[in-house]
Design a protein around this ligand. Structure first.
Ligand code: IMP
Length: 349
């Protein structure tokens, strides 16, 4: 193998080795955790993406009620984004995040969002290992002080993670080019499979005392368990939460059923709507089948995650990442891993 080319693994390439367990009931498993840098308590390790077809007020409330975090998208006026939270309707001890960019009104926007009741700010850009992100993070830290939880990203490498951790980010979104609606890798040739980025970043994140949010390409609860086992403290979901009742947008009725739109924020359509012009098209627009309640999807994910920890004999997320052992699958193993009903029987007539 040419030493200039490294091998890199995606969720579907790997499986976790089942391990001895003495967990008698899935209720013994604790999915809550305190994040490292600021001790923020999160009961369920799932975050909804700051996208205009995923997270506005309804998603923020449901995610908070379930113990996770919803991040309000930033593709609107400061006033409209602030309206995405209504403190009176939120549960006790909630977490709710709001996204900001790295140019223009981000300082003023951040102050307004914190004032409105959000407790997490998310510096939300496609390429977080960038001077503009570093500058914005420095300025936000200086103006807001150390107590505000700042999530920043996205990055794909340990160098990128260190760049944001050194400037005071508490949690860092890891994953470039893996999103289901993302065409960054096709358009620019850049990216790293999200699982590999998490594996690469974990030792540095641990030594710097920051938490990783695995973001992009998570297709099922098995991928969530793999991301958490690889060292992420939290996962961010777009596709898995798209098409549910709490996402913005109307139902679209077609002869084959009801659908909702789910689109990349860098798709031509989204760019045209939020900034009136189109730059590099790094996302696509899709219609996803209507999936019913967000609550129902979150309950299914939770059942899968709890079961996943049980297969690893782990009662906590910390134990899971400490004990996890991955194997690499061959193509035949991958085929066996997907549900497969034999169509060819042994009888030949
Ligand atoms: P998914 O869960 O695989 O659908 O990925 C969602 C993630 O894709 C988001 O959390 C963002 O990090 C990322 N993303 C959102 N919009 C775009 C886009 O237009 N291009 C590339 N990545 C995107």
């Amino acid at each position: 193998m040419n030493s200039r080319i490294k091998t890199s693994y995606a969720f579907e390439d790997v499986l976790l080795t089942p391990q001895y367990s003495n967990i008698k009931s899935r209720s013994e498993i604790i999915l809550g955790q305190n994040l490292i840098r600021d001790n923020l308590r999160v009961e369920f390790p799932v975050i909804s993406s700051p996208m205009d077809t995923v997270t506005e007020s309804k998603m923020i409330k449901t995610m908070a009620g379930f113990g996770g975090i919803g991040i309000a998208h930033r593709y609107c006026s400061i006033e409209d984004q602030c309206k995405m939270i209504s403190i009176e309707s939120m549960p006790k001890n909630y977490n709710a995040g709001a996204a900001v960019g790295v140019t223009g009104d981000y300082l003023e926007r951040s102050q307004a969002l914190l004032h409105a009741g959000f407790n997490i700010l998310c510096i939300d850009v496609a390429h977080g290992h960038h001077d503009l992100t570093g500058t914005a993070l420095d300025r936000l830290r200086r103006s807001l002080g150390d107590d505000v939880h700042i999530m920043a990203g996205n990055v794909a490498t340990p160098e990128g993670l260190r760049y944001l951790a050194d400037r005071g980010a508490n949690t860092i979104r890891v994953g470039i080019g893996g999103g289901s609606i993302c065409s960054t890798r096709i358009q620019t040739g850049h990216g790293i499979p999200t699982l590999q980025s998490v594996v690469d970043c974990f030792p540095i994140a641990e030594s710097l005392g920051v938490d990783i949010v695995a973001d992009g390409g998570i297709q099922n609860s098995g991928d969530i368990v793999k991301a958490l086992a690889a060292g992420a403290s939290l996962v961010m979901l777009g596709s898995l939460l798209s098409g549910t009742d709490d996402t913005p947008g109307n139902l679209i009725q077609q002869s084959t059923g009801a659908f909702k739109e789910y689109r990349g924020m860098a798709s031509a359509k989204a760019q045209r709507e939020w900034r009136g012009k189109v730059g590099s098209r790094e996302g696509v627009v899709s219609l996803v089948p209507y999936k019913g309640t967000t609550q129902g999807i979150l309950e299914d994910l939770e059942a899968g995650i709890r079961s996943g920890l049980s297969y690893s004999g782990s009662r906590t997320l910390c134990e899971l990442s400490a004990k996890a052992s991955f194997i690499l699958q061959t193509p035949a193993g991958q085929k066996e891993s997907n549900t497969h009903v034999y169509s060819k029987g042994l009888r030949s007539e």
